[in-house]
Design a protein around this ligand. Structure first.
Ligand SMILES: NC(=O)c1ccc[n+]([C@@H]2O[C@H](COP(=O)([O-])OP(=O)(O)OC[C@H]3O[C@@H](n4cnc5c(N)ncnc54)[C@H](OP(=O)(O)O)[C@@H]3O)[C@@H](O)[C@H]2O)c1
Length: 133
């Protein structure tokens, strides 16, 4: 296999539902864009809805923006409940949200964030996986 896999190799995603956390910027945005452009219905799960809407406006395809703050179990539960309305299943869950560039002063916070027993992304997976995945 000498050719690199690129987003051009993504198979048709029509009829599939994808949820991408932290989809307003960076890797999450690119993943959401690539999935939507290949036919998926993509939920941009973001903590700042206005930023999410601006990101969605830059994506050609079927997107919805949903509020999700992974530091809040209340927000995770609310987002899970909201997903149940329009969707009976999730085909792709990209637990992307997190700290991208880490400044030295953020280091302690980051270690605590990623080692807490109720790690936010794990919590998301548990709540969403329960019924939809
Ligand atoms: N870039 C790399 O080289 C690299 C390498 C290894 C791993 N990663 C991981 O890949 C992921 C994305 O990286 P990136 O470089 O694309 O990061 P990024 O540009 O900083 O984007 C991070 C995203 O996560 C969101 N987010 C942060 N905390 C959140 C919270 N509590 N609730 C909901 N959303 C939250 C941010 O929302 P706001 O816009 O509202 O801040 C943003 O949309 C991260 O998990 C990172 O640790 C990245």
């Amino acid at each position: 296999m000498d050719e690199k896999w690129t987003e051009r190799d993504i198979p048709d995603q029509k009829g599939r539902v994808a949820v991408v956390t932290g989809a307003n910027t960076g890797l999450g945005f690119e993943a959401a864009r690539a999935l939507a452009e290949n036919g998926a219905s993509v939920v941009l799960a973001v903590r700042d809805v206005e930023k999410g809407k601006r990101a969605a406006a830059r994506i050609a395809g079927d997107t919805v923006v949903q509020e999700l703050d992974l530091t809040s179990l209340e927000s995770i539960r609310a987002a899970a409940a909201e997903l149940h309305g329009p969707h009976s299943k999730i085909d792709v869950l990209i637990n992307n949200a997190g700290v991208g560039t880490l400044l030295e002063e953020d280091w302690t916070m980051h270690i605590s964030y990623t080692t807490e027993p109720a790690h936010p992304n794990h919590a998301t997976a548990i709540y969403w996986r329960a019924d939809l995945i």
